[in-house]
Design a protein around this ligand. Structure first.
Ligand SMILES: Cc1cc2nc3c(=O)[nH]c(=O)nc-3n(C[C@H](O)[C@H](O)[C@H](O)COP(=O)(O)O)c2cc1C
Ligand SMILES: O=C(O)C(=O)c1ccccc1
Length: 373
């Protein structure tokens, strides 16, 4: 046999179980949980499991690898780390460990305004491992424009190369487990470091991160404030996708926020085809939610995404293995995707197409278009 072998079997559910054994129950629940009855949360993974890939055969030729180009930068694989709050809940090294692992594997990282490490320190840790490291900054538009403006300046000064504006949170979702556990505040010693010393804000608590019903006008104000590319995170409706393109948004991230906001939202991967159709190739479309293995990345690409993000698995890997754990997770996901791509008869990520995606069950039917038999 020639070519790389993938490593020992990777079991995403076992990783989550090991993390659960490491963490305080209320911290595990904060990370694992979703809104309401956790339907949107479950659907993200279940929707991938309901889909199958039709491999193409005898396509010959060598593979040219897993590289993709996103907003003018080459990524080694169509995989990135989605923004998640409070990495120091998972491991004392927190976002610094995540940043080092992402940089070491060349995986773009979206660090968030709810990080427990300041964005300047996150980018510095990443660049120390890999001067080419791609770090984006995620923010919620704040009711006080000056607060948003200061966050943007901090991200720019730190060296972030795009802003991810999360737009699915006009209000905070009802996180059932957090309400049950009474988990509202970070433990002593941890703080949302990006919120320190902002105009009008008290230093460092989670409650400084306002979720607020911003409008397209507020997005235009942000557009006028910075030359960084803007990525809208949390778009599910194709009409919003069209508006975003018209408004000059640079990319979309299709997401139901890991099932943590609207519990009736569809799985991200189910919303993806309509959004990709509305965008019609004018800007890149990314997706996150329920991505756990190479086949999920392949399905996301076949359905119109240029790359897929992982959220919770990174926190589980961080909790169980710190920086090394995250490095292993990201390398394994990339190798797994490379193998799936080859098994599908693809030579490069763009070779995966929607006609290769079928709903499981017999007789199976294609999600759109002609029956496949
Ligand atoms: C613990 C946790 C914290 C999160 N914090 C944020 C955040 O601050 N901003 C944001 O846009 N999304 C946040 N998300 C959503 C993620 O960016 C992402 O959409 C989601 O986790 C992807 O689904 P996955 O966890 O199934 O991979 C968070 C998710 C989790 C699990
Ligand atoms: O966005 C989230 O899902 C999230 O958990 C969070 C928590 C506190 C502040 C900001 C985001």
């Amino acid at each position: 046999m020639t070519g790389p072998r993938t490593g020992p079997a990777y079991d995403p559910a076992a990783l989550a179980r090991r993390a659960r054994a490491q963490l305080l129950p209320e911290h595990y629940d904060f990370i694992a949980g979703g809104a309401g009855e956790e339907r949107a949360l479950r659907e993200n993974e279940d929707a991938f499991a309901r889909l199958a890939l039709l491999p193409r055969v005898l396509r010959g030729g060598p593979g040219s690898g897993t590289r993709v180009t996103v907003l003018g930068r080459e990524w080694p694989a169509p995989l990135f780390v989605s923004p998640t709050a409070f990495h120091r809940l998972a491991h004392p090294d927190g976002e610094l460990a995540t940043a080092r692992a992402a940089a070491a594997t060349g995986t773009p990282l979206v660090t968030g305004m709810a990080a427990t490490t300041a964005v300047a320190d996150v980018v510095a840790a990443a660049r120390a491992r890999n001067p080419e490291a791609v770090v984006w900054f995620q923010l919620y538009l704040q009711p006080e424009h000056e607060v948003t403006a200061e966050l943007v300046r901090r991200a720019e000064r730190a060296g972030c190369s795009a802003l991810v504006v999360t737009v699915d949170s006009p209000v905070f979702g009802s996180r059932t487990r957090d309400l049950r556990n009474g988990f509202h505040d970070l433990p002593p010693g941890l703080a949302a470091e990006n919120m320190r010393d902002l105009p009008g804000a008290a230093p460092g608590g989670t409650r400084d991160i306002a979720m607020w019903p911003a409008g397209w006008d507020d997005l235009r104000r942000l557009r006028d404030l910075t030359d960084l590319p803007l990525v809208l995170k949390g778009v599910l409706h194709p009409a919003d996708a069209r508006t975003a393109v018209e408004q000059g948004v640079d990319a979309l991230l299709v997401s139901n926020h890991g099932g943590r906001q609207l519990d009736a939202a569809p799985a991200a991967v189910e919303a993806l085809p309509a959004v990709a159709g509305a965008v019609a190739g004018r800007i890149p479309v990314l997706v996150d939610g329920g991505v756990r293995r190479g086949t999920d990345i392949a399905l996301a690409l076949a359905l119109g995404a240029v790359a897929a993000g992982v959220g919770r698995p990174v926190l589980w890997a961080l909790a169980t293995g710190g920086e090394d754990g995250v490095t292993e997770l990201l390398s394994t996901l990339r190798a797994d995707f490379a193998q799936v791509l080859a098994l599908c008869g693809g030579h490069r990520p763009g070779d995966l197409t929607a006609d290769q995606v079928v709903a499981r069950g017999f007789p199976y039917h294609r999600p759109k278009g002609e029956p496949a038999w």
